[in-house]
Design a protein around this ligand. Structure first.
Ligand SMILES: Nc1ncnc2c1ncn2[C@@H]1O[C@H](COP(=O)(O)OP(=O)(O)OP(=O)(O)O)[C@@H](O)[C@H]1O
Length: 265
């Protein structure tokens, strides 16, 4: 495995606020890394920085060893595919046309072939000819994931890839992402579901206020101490038949340190 996505001491601000703060991240080829953290922790910012959509004002972001600022849009597109958190599609195109947008450098026929293969990979081939404006939110989410898969880029940057999907589709998508990593891609995915992150990712990166609070294999990253400090959860892991299960309750005090008494206390 070789480092593919690297970020050293990165700093970035949005609206005057530090959204990346001395952030170090490394994702190797063949790795599925899950980014977790509370709302606003900086997960999307991290992913957008690797997609070249959020400039860093300090530190450096590299794709396959090259400073992202030195790469042309085409070179970036060959190295990373990006699934945005926003699932809006402006035009009512058939799904196959939307998925084919992931392969803009191919001739139409080859792009359609790639798009169909990507749709089939996430069990959405039956949607190929349907207009995306006439789809459910979860169906549209699958089409956008197929667009990212159709790129054949060396790394996948996917922001909440299972948001809005039914439970079976969530497992299927995570299986596919893991399979792509095992086949040699570098996969960086933001997830809110901690048990699924622990089950499918090789490594979990916990973000808190733009900083990396933990970066390790799932059991070492998602410790009861981290779950309490970062997420405000009183939690422990239990061995389940299909992987780790999280038994969690609210701590009755938000993670910012202020205290809230439980009702009736
Ligand atoms: N366009 C923007 N302008 C100003 N601040 C922004 C903008 N987008 C995001 N932020 C702020 O940047 C911080 C990080 O946001 P980011 O979207 O990276 O968090 P996140 O961890 O992905 O959150 P979520 O789980 O809610 O998607 C938050 O404090 C957010 O309010």
């Amino acid at each position: 495995m070789t480092p593919f996505l690297t970020m050293w001491d990165a700093e970035s601000r949005l609206g005057g606020r530090l959204v990346l703060d001395a952030t170090d991240v490394l994702v190797e080829t063949g790795e599925f890394v899950a980014v977790v953290g509370p709302n606003g922790a900086g997960k999307s910012s991290l992913i957008r920085a690797f997609a070249g959509l959020l400039p860093v004002t300090g530190g450096i972001v590299r794709l396959k060893g090259d400073d992202i600022r030195t790469l042309s849009p085409r070179e970036r597109a060959e190295r990373v595919a990006y699934l945005p958190q926003e699932r809006r599609i402006a035009w009512n195109l058939p799904a196959i046309e939307v998925a084919a947008l992931g392969a803009p450098f191919l001739a139409v026929e080859a792009a359609h072939e790639r798009a169909l293969k990507a749709l089939a990979e996430i069990e959405a081939a039956h949607l190929a000819d349907r207009g995306v404006a006439e789809m459910s939110g979860g169906e549209r989410a699958r089409v956008l994931l197929a667009r990212a898969f159709a790129t054949n880029a060396q790394a996948l940057l996917v922001d909440e890839p299972i948001a809005g999907l039914d439970p079976d589709a969530q497992l299927m998508v995570l299986e596919r992402l893991r399979a792509r990593a095992d086949a040699g891609q570098a996969v960086l995915a933001s997830l809110h579901d901690l048990p699924l992150a622990a089950r499918f990712a090789h490594r979990v990166l916990v973000m808190e206020h733009g900083r990396v609070a933990a970066d390790a294999a799932p059991p070492q990253a998602l410790t009861p101490e981290i779950l309490q400090r970062v997420f405000g959860l009183s939690a422990q892991w239990i061995d389940g038949p299909d992987g780790p299960l999280l038994s969690a309750g609210r701590r009755h005090s938000p993670p910012d340190g202020s205290t809230t008494e439980p009702p009736g206390a």
